[in-house]
Design a protein around this ligand. Sequence first.
Ligand code: AMP
Ligand code: MG
Length: 272
Amino acid sequence: MPNTDYTPWYVSPKGKCQLSDFDTEPPTQGQLSGDELAAHLADMGEKLDKLQSTLHAAKTRGLLVVFQGMDTSGKDGVIRSVFTHVSPLGVRAEAFGVPTELESRHDFLWRIHAKAPARGEMVIFNRSHYEDVLVTRVRGVIDEETCQQRYGNILHFESLLHNAGISVLKCYLHISKSEQKKRLQARLDDPRKHWKLQPSDFDDRELWPQFNQAYEDALSATSTPESPWYVVPADSKPYRDSFVAGLIVQTLENMKLKPPKPSFNLSKVKLT
Ligand code: AMP
Ligand code: MG
């Protein structure tokens, strides 16, 4: 097992998060081979499938998993690898791009709340309401006062979800700038991946320190015991996938989900 204790990767609500304190590479101690990581992912996938079935059947709790990270950090990839193991019933993935004209005339949480999970659902966000305190801040679309206000709005929103039985688990996929260079180059070299590239990927890379700062501030301001942020080492794809699968399994196990009781007396059933 790579990890059962995720505390070292938890962003403490006390104090300021420094991303340079977190490794982008897997820990060297107890390092697992590719085969071992694949076996762990398969094992976590089986557990995830069972837990998600119970979540779906019980309809008492919901789970929102948020993925954020720089371009090429692996948001699409981790979603594909981890959630391939679960039934599509009761699972939904939502991606958030530049807001539409209508969306930008609403408050920033309008489009997000509409896609939030109901009890019984597991929803995965590929980007999220955090873009509204990240890219918007870095690009000067919002000022510092609005950004601070939005941290407060986000805390209230996530606490609203928590009070309704919806847990929020937030994963920052942490890659190094040199790993991003390799991945952007690989996309440039592979015509099948050209569709993934946007001019903003290259502009945002130039603003790496500003994004880093915006992430550090956002993670520090919005990590809470109920809606925690984890900094996932994401330079290695197999480790990243295994880490995230284990973290979601742990979050669902902590819910102590129970299947619903039968709605009628099964002892009276006579099969003919
Ligand atoms: P991708 O995830 O590669 O499809 O790209 C989506 C793009 O939409 C990224 O460049 C994001 O920064 C951008 N985006 C997502 N949400 C927002 C937002 N609320 N405001 C501005 N840009 C956003
Ligand atoms: Mg992209």
